[in-house]
Design a protein around this ligand. Structure first.
Ligand code: CA
Ligand code: CA
Length: 500
């Protein structure tokens, strides 16, 4: 009996496909390493991002020159725990229901066994390392650490602190973290310095027979923003450091925009102005950013000196931004540019040098992107999109905008040109960010933008979960049938004065 040509082709394919598949998926020892660098509360005040004209970050800028800089990268949630949960799980906060500083996602039944980004790498033969702030808070106790990463370095954090707060008592609770300024201490005694030193030691002594995934998480410029004089000296002690603000900027933002940062330890602009702290806060934040940039530089230098740069994908990101007076507030927990736009840089094998893209990108895209760049088995249960198309061609169009959410029902949609926001009570904002980079003029009520709003509205998350069990701290709920909003357990009424 003769076997037809198509049958032969089919048989050949069946025999050869597993072999080809094996070739296409690099063998473990040939896979590139991953160096995963996180910066806490780091907004776009980074030299190469242009968010602040005086920001000095030479090491991050050099890293950007070595790879692809995402100029339009945004977080999924403007708060530590939900942002980090989202990017490590590859799921939106609107899918996990994790919006607050609690719970730890392993304590939510649906996510107790979910395979995180580093666990996926471990399952593919990587040894995983971590130091500093990668997850928010503990991972359920020291005995559970080994489940999340193989090797644990120093916890990092604030490190050396002044004996008493440097600034006057702040309103809305005088929280101990709400502090900033310069005091005499040594950079070597700071948590972030120790995290970098540990990463340098690991890279210097790294065995070459197994690929690694090394995560280093910096705490600064999160408050308290303490830095030594050397870093303050990089910035003029005058009002040229202040970001541009408009006194009446909130006149055209919905009242509900206040609800998502209703009563918080972070002082309002008015308090920092009246207490002569605005310039000090801005300089402190910038000084801390430059200090962290220097720690990034120490790690990259060690990577180069160890001869690992050619076989290590470096990704650097910030977990969300921070307002320093814009929109009349300091802090995070907003759906505006200063809160959602963050550094996102890829460099290393498979990434061409010197590229910049204005295509939207999301932090949860890091998971599928690293999987693809390192040749791991892809996963079909991730909500992010691989950024490899933009890493190959910065002009490659990406249809999906960047989507940020802060509690159920409140979403910001950022395309190449526009930012559209919809709050849980239906109120809206629209900004032409290309022509109004400070998002000063809310165009949502202007009939000529009906189509633009419609185009963005269709990207509002289809899944929009209520807060997961155990949710707490900065959690807002809203019941549209009664028009009742509840912030951290307390009802907010339409007539309540905005706390300050
Ligand atoms: Ca943070
Ligand atoms: Ca305005």
């Amino acid at each position: 009996m003769r076997t037809s040509l198509p049958t032969w082709l089919a048989i050949t394919a069946i025999v050869l496909l597993p072999v080809l598949g094996g070739w296409l998926q690099a063998a473990p020892q040939q896979r590139p390493n991953v160096l995963f660098i996180a910066i806490d509360d780091q907004n776009d005040w980074i030299g190469c991002l242009g968010g602040h004209p005086l920001a000095k970050t030479p090491h991050i800028d050099r890293l950007a020159e070595r790879g692809t800089l995402f100029l339009n990268a945004h977080i999924q949630a403007p708060l530590c725990n939900p942002s980090r949960t989202s990017l490590m799980l590859g799921l939106r906060p609107t899918t996990t229901g994790i919006y607050g500083l609690a719970p730890w996602f392993r304590n939510v039944e649906a996510w107790a066994d979910r395979v995180t980004l580093p666990q996926h790498f471990k399952a593919h033969g990587y040894k995983t390392f971590t130091a500093g702030k990668i997850y928010h808070g503990g991972v359920g106790g020291p005995q559970l650490r080994a489940r999340e990463f193989d090797v644990w370095g120093p916890a990092g954090g604030i490190g050396v602190k002044p004996e008493t707060k440097l600034i006057p008592p702040t309103p809305m609770g005088n929280h101990p973290l709400m502090d900033w300024g310069c005091f005499p201490h040594n950079d070597e005694d700071k948590g972030d310095y120790k995290v970098a030193s540990w990463a340098v030691e690991q890279l210097t002594a790294m065995p070459k027979d197994q690929p690694f995934f090394l995560a280093a998480g910096f705490f600064l410029p999160h408050v308290p923003c303490y830095a030594t004089q050397k870093w303050f000296d990089l910035y003029p002690d005058d009002d040229s450091v202040l970001p541009p603000v408009r006194e009446d900027d909130r006149a055209d933002t919905p009242r509900f925009s206040w609800y998502i940062h209703w009563n918080l330890p972070e002082p309002r602009l008015r308090w920092v102005q009246e207490n002569n702290q605005w310039r000090n806060l801005v300089r402190s934040y910038l000084a801390c950013t430059s200090f962290v940039d220097d720690q990034v530089g120490r790690i990259i230098a060690a990577l180069d000196e160890a001869g690992l740069a050619d076989n290590t994908v470096v990704v650097l990101w910030g977990d969300h931004g921070f307002h320093l007076g814009e929109k009349a507030i300091t802090g995070k927990n907003t759906l505006w540019e200063r809160s959602t736009r963050v550094p996102l840089i890829f460099a290393g094998p498979g990434v061409r040098a010197g590229q910049r893209t204005t295509q939207p990108a999301e932090l949860l895209d890091m998971y599928p992107t690293l999987v693809e760049l390192c040749g791991l088995a892809p996963r079909d249960d991730l909500e992010g999109l691989s950024l490899v198309p933009q890493i190959k061609d910065p002009k490659a169009h990406r249809e999906r905008p960047a989507i940020s959410s802060h509690n159920q029902g409140n979403h910001g949609i950022r395309s190449e040109r526009w930012r559209y926001i919809r709050y849980a009570d239906g109120s809206e904002e629209l900004y032409d960010v290309q022509n109004d980079p400070h998002e000063w003029t809310n165009l949502a009520a202007d009939p000529q933008y009906v189509d633009v709003i419609g185009e963005h509205r269709r990207w509002l998350p289809k899944i929009d979960q209520p807060p997961a069990p155990g949710s707490a701290h900065r959690v807002l709920t809203y019941d549209e049938t009664t028009d009742e909003a509840v912030w951290e357990g307390a009802t907010v009424r339409r007539t309540d004065a905005i706390p300050e």
